[in-house]
Write a protein that binds this ligand. Sequence first.
Ligand SMILES: C[S@@+](CC[C@H](N)C(=O)[O-])C[C@H]1O[C@@H](n2cnc3c(N)ncnc32)[C@H](O)[C@@H]1O
Length: 237
Amino acid sequence: MMVVPSSPHAAKELSDGEVEQALDFGFLANANWGWGCFLEDYALLAGVLSMLRPKKVLEVGTNSGVGAVVLAKAASFLSEPAHVTTVDIDQSKGRSNLHLIDGIEERITFVEADSNVFLPQLAARGEWFDFVFIDGAHDYEQALRDWRNCLGLSDTFAFHDTTQFTGLQQLMREIRFTNDFDVFQFVSPPGHRIKPNIKQEHFCTGITLVQKKTNLWGLPLRAHRDHCGELLPGHAD
Ligand SMILES: C[S@@+](CC[C@H](N)C(=O)[O-])C[C@H]1O[C@@H](n2cnc3c(N)ncnc32)[C@H](O)[C@@H]1O
């Protein structure tokens, strides 16, 4: 099983300075933390986005906007600037982390709306996202609604808090059992650093990557070339 980009950016050439900054999370030291993810969650998302190079990202659940900033930075650092749309029913804190990265504001659209209303509107407009991060309400019923409403918007998703919340555990099991998706569960052990200088001893959050089933080796060569830019000979070892 592998995660492949649905619509990859061409890679851009990075200067030495940009390479050094690419996976630097030092900017999070000045973050206004809300109910966002933990450092390792963001690091995982950033690594995934650096491989997928999505042009358009959707986040369900903005809170204080740390995630939106990380997603916008990560989606853009190896390629042309990507755009993040992030929706929350309450955007009063959403913009409180725009100071973290110069110029990041123009790469994020903040929407204040109920996801139950906004996501169907996106679908009705025919919008498509290369990556969707689902991190809104964490009870089973609402997470299921968000999942269903996102299904027509992308084929590559991540959920947060999928080990911490029983409703999300259940939803992940159901998605896996449909057999229509590749599901990758990442669990961090308790005792990790949730924020700089703060340790969380008692629970782990969990990130689950979900991608509509595809098989890169089974793809026609033309599709392989579309993914990889050109046909490269494989290595025997
Ligand atoms: C865990 S926080 C999001 C954290 C954010 N993804 C980050 O990494 O910084 C969950 C957010 O979902 C929002 N939310 C809950 N139900 C919602 C709904 N029906 N529509 C939109 N947002 C909702 C809450 O207001 C809350 O801010």
